[in-house]
Write a protein that binds this ligand. Structure first.
Ligand code: FES
Length: 125
């Protein structure tokens, strides 16, 4: 096991959940980290204010991939307002913690999800 990451992080890194793209997504959010250059896109399908499907594409470090995978699991079947409240700490906790120098990676996940929700809201006013 990698001494830096929890077993949960490694599990989501090796077998990410909901990886891919939703072609007819209702909302899409892309964010980048200017420091490391990593990039994350989240796609959502929404029905009656509930996220019914969610996928991600991430070009980034192991923590970025694991946090993307985890946030899709947390957000699926949540209402938009519940999903909007998911913080980077919620994601890190569910992964049994992240090393402090990797906490910024989980920002990408929560920011990309928020961007996708905002995109949906803009398009469906
Ligand atoms: Fe860039 Fe993790 S190092 S997101």
């Amino acid at each position: 096991m990698c001494p830096m990451y929890s077993e949960k992080v490694m599990e989501h890194f090796r077998n990410p959940k909901n990886m891919g793209e939703i072609k007819d997504a209702d909302g899409v959010g892309t964010v980048g980290n200017p420091t490391c250059g990593d990039l994350m896109t989240i796609y959502i399908k929404v029905k009656d204010d509930v996220i019914t499907d969610i996928k991600f594409k991430t070009f980034g470090c192991a923590a970025a991939i694991a946090t993307s995978s985890m946030i899709t699991e947390i957000a699926k079947n949540k209402t938009l307002s519940e999903a909007q409240k998911i913080t980077r700490d919620n994601v890190a906790e569910k992964l049994d913690g992240l090393p402090p120098i990797k906490m910024h990676c989980s920002n990408l996940a929560s920011d990309a999800l928020k961007a996708a929700i905002n995109d949906y809201k803009k398009k469906h006013k």
